[in-house]
Design a protein around this ligand. Structure first.
Ligand SMILES: NC(=O)c1ccc[n+]([C@@H]2O[C@H](COP(=O)([O-])OP(=O)(O)OC[C@H]3O[C@@H](n4cnc5c(N)ncnc54)[C@H](O)[C@@H]3O)[C@@H](O)[C@H]2O)c1
Length: 258
């Protein structure tokens, strides 16, 4: 029997209070990892959310807006010294509502791009500074999306941001390989959780488009995202570097005849 035991591993997660994050946090916690949870939400709200998740391992929480690079540097420093070092980070904060190009003002367009791309640059920069200074062969994992490689209507800031993220991971994987540092990406398809599930259930047009691209005819289970990340955070994936791992039920497969 193969079991995954992450006891003794410190894993930092951004956007840790969200819908998919719930499944990831529960899965990594049940494997024994120490979780350094961060989100833009204040502590009271975050702790209220976590109290319903029945977590099995040690967790620490800090409010951290990933788009505020000064705050990201400071929180990463605090958590590193409190825990003795962070080996893995999961840059998971992101998302957006539908934003038709002509109706999205420049400020909102920038905000979506900042959150989904530069938020990940900020967390990567902070951890790379720690890892290179203390010679830690760390592992950075970004949450991208199916739509980082498959263009989607009304997501003209989000899709390019998620696409850029995939290239960023591969650039950093190359640039930091000499330090033993790895970068990988998970690219979920349409997930049955949170706002994505809500739109699917309430917007018939969106549902029709989603059903059309998923060969297996159902939404991705959030548990499946958590399982892939559990594996990616474990020694079983130590040789995986610079990869974009799709968990999308085959939605990214090019289809002849639409
Ligand atoms: N839901 C899907 O179908 C789907 C598909 C592909 C990729 N994704 C990606 O998965 C991730 C999570 O998606 P979700 O549907 O669970 O979203 P969600 O909205 O439920 O969770 C996002 C979390 O990020 C936090 N957050 C927002 N802005 C932040 C900021 N500036 N700094 C720090 N935290 C911030 C929110 O408070 C929230 O807890 C996102 O990166 C999203 O792009 C989702």
């Amino acid at each position: 029997m193969t079991t995954i035991d992450l006891t003794g591993r410190n894993i930092l997660i951004t956007g840790a209070c969200g819908a998919i994050a719930q499944y990831i946090v529960q899965r990594l916690s049940s494997a024994g990892a120490t979780l350094l949870l961060t989100d833009v939400l204040d502590r009271a709200k975050a702790e209220d959310i976590f109290s319903g998740w029945k977590l099995a391992s040690r967790i620490l929480y800090r409010t951290m807006d990933v788009t505020n690079h000064t705050q990201v540097e400071s929180v990463v420093d605090q958590l590193s010294s409190e825990t003795g070092g962070i080996e893995t980070f999961l840059g998971h904060a992101g998302g957006c509502a539908m934003h038709p190009f002509a109706k999205t003002d420049p400020t909102e367009y920038d905000r979506i791009f900042q959150l989904n791309y530069f938020g990940q640059v900020n967390i990567a920069r902070a951890l790379l500074r720690c890892w290179t200074a203390s010679r830690v062969a760390g592992h950075g994992i970004f949450t991208s999306s199916l739509v980082g490689s498959l263009p989607w209507i009304n997501l003209s800031a989000y899709c390019p941001a998620k696409a850029a993220l995939q290239m960023l991971a591969r650039c950093l994987a190359l640039e930091y390989a000499e330090h033993g540092i790895r970068f990988n990406v998970i690219a979920p398809g349409h997930v049955a959780a949170g706002s994505s599930l809500n739109v699917y259930e309430t917007d018939p047009e969106y549902r029709r488009m989603v059903d059309k691209v998923i060969p297996l005819g159902r939404l991705v289970r959030p548990e499946a995202i958590a399982d892939v990340l559990l594996w990616l955070c474990s020694p079983l994936a130590d040789d995986v570097n610079g990869q974009v791992i799709g968990v999308d039920l085959g939605a990214a497969i090019p289809k002849v005849g639409g």
